[in-house]
Design a protein around this ligand. Structure first.
Ligand code: NI
Length: 284
C-alpha cells in the first residue's frame, strides 16, 4: 500500500478519463491526496474527494497564479489565471471534512512572470505565503510547501512562524530539490520532505558523482525514511520508466522503488514507513 501525497487529478489532463485514473490507482492499493492550486482546483479537488474513499484533497493558492504567465512541459501547458488570495473563501473550503492540508503554495523565484518587477513578485509571493500560514495555523492543518530557487527565504518565514508557536501541525516540503543542509534545517523545524519522479531521472553528466548518483539521489539515500513522503505531482514529472507519458498517481510506486534501491532496503519497508508518515502528517 502507498499514498501518493501530491497529485492533481482535477487538472485538465484528466478531463476525459479522471474516474478511470482514480479507480486504476485505488485498485493498485494506492491512495491519493489531490492538491489544489487556486480556488477552482481547490473546490473541484474536494468534490472528487467526497466521491471516493482513499482520496483526500487540499486547498491553496500556488505562486504561479499570482500573475498571468505561460509555461509547460511535455504533458501540459500551463496558462495561469491571476488570483488574489481570498482568506474567507479559502477558510470556508478548509472546513470541508476531506480537506487535509493547506497547499500547495510557497516561494518560486524560478518562474518569474514577464512585465512585473522581480521585487514586486517576491513581495506578493511572501504576502501570500504568510496569509496561508495564518490560515493553516488558525484551522490547525498542516501545509504543503512548493518552493523553487527560494529555500533560504522560505526557511526564514517558516522559522519565524515556528518560533511564534504557529504552524502546530507543520507540513511537508513537496518536490524537494534542495541540498542536504536545507533538508536538515526543515527536519529540525519538524517538517517532512517529499520526493517526486525527479528522483528516478538519470543523473545529468555534470552532476553525476563517483557513486553514479545525482546529488538529489544521494540526498534521498542519506535522509531518514521516517521523515520522507512520496508523491507523483501528476500530471507532471512522470517517473522512469514511463517518461513521455502522462503521469498518474499509481506511478508513485516507481518513486518508492527508487528510494528502496538507493537505501538498499525492501520496497515494502519504504511503502509501510512513508504511508505511516503520510497518515500521521495528514491525520488520515
Ligand atoms: Ni503540484
Amino acid at each position: 500500500m502507498l499514498i501518493d501525497t501530491h497529485c492533481h487529478v482535477q487538472f485538465h489532463s484528466y478531463k476525459n478519463d479522471m474516474d478511470e485514473v482514480i479507480k486504476r490507482t485505488l485498485e493498485k492499493s494506492v491512495f491519493m491526496i489531490t492538491v489544489g492550486t487556486q480556488s477552482d482546483t481547490s473546490r473541484t479537488g474536494l468534490e472528487i474527494a467526497e466521491r471516493y474513499d482513499g482520496v483526500w484533497a487540499t486547498i491553496g493558492l500556488h505562486p504561479y497564479h499570482l500573475h498571468e504567465q505561460e509555461f509547460g512541459d511535455e504533458n501540459e501547458t500551463i496558462h495561469t489565471r491571476t488570483e488574489k488570495f481570498n482568506p474567507e473563501l479559502f477558510k470556508k473550503l478548509a472546513q470541508h471534512p476531506k480537506c487535509v492540508a493547506i497547499g500547495e503554495f510557497g516561494l518560486d523565484y524560478f518562474h518569474m512572470p514577464p512585465n512585473v518587477s522581480r521585487d514586486e513578485v517576491i513581495r506578493e509571493q511572501k504576502e501570500t505565503v504568510r496569509a496561508q500560514f495564518d490560515l493553516a495555523s488558525e484551522m490547525n492543518l498542516p501545509v504543503i510547501i512548493h518552493c523553487r530557487d527560494a529555500y533560504e527565504d522560505q526557511l526564514a518565514i517558516v522559522e519565524e512562524y515556528v518560533r511564534d508557536g504557529k504552524l502546530a501541525r507543520r507540513g511537508v516540503v513537496h518536490c524537494f530539490v534542495g541540498t542536504q543542509e536545507i533538508a536538515d534545517r526543515f527536519f529540525e523545524l519538524g517538517f517532512y520532505i517529499s520526493f517526486t519522479g525527479i528522483l528516478t531521472f538519470p543523473p545529468r553528466k555534470k552532476e553525476i558523482g563517483e557513486d553514479g548518483l545525482s546529488s538529489l539521489q544521494r540526498i534521498a539515500k542519506n535522509l531518514p525514511l521516517e521523515r520522507l513522503l512520496v508523491e507523483t505531482d501528476a500530471p507532471y514529472l512522470t517517473p522512469v520508466p514511463h517518461r513521455g507519458e502522462r503521469n498518474e498517481p499509481w506511478m508513485v510506486e516507481f518513486v518508492a522503488e527508487k528510494i528502496a534501491g538507493l537505501k538498499q532496503i525492501e520496497v515494502e519497508e519504504v511503502s509501510r514507513v512513508t504511508t505511516e508518515n503520510a497518515k500521521k502528517l495528514f491525520n488520515i
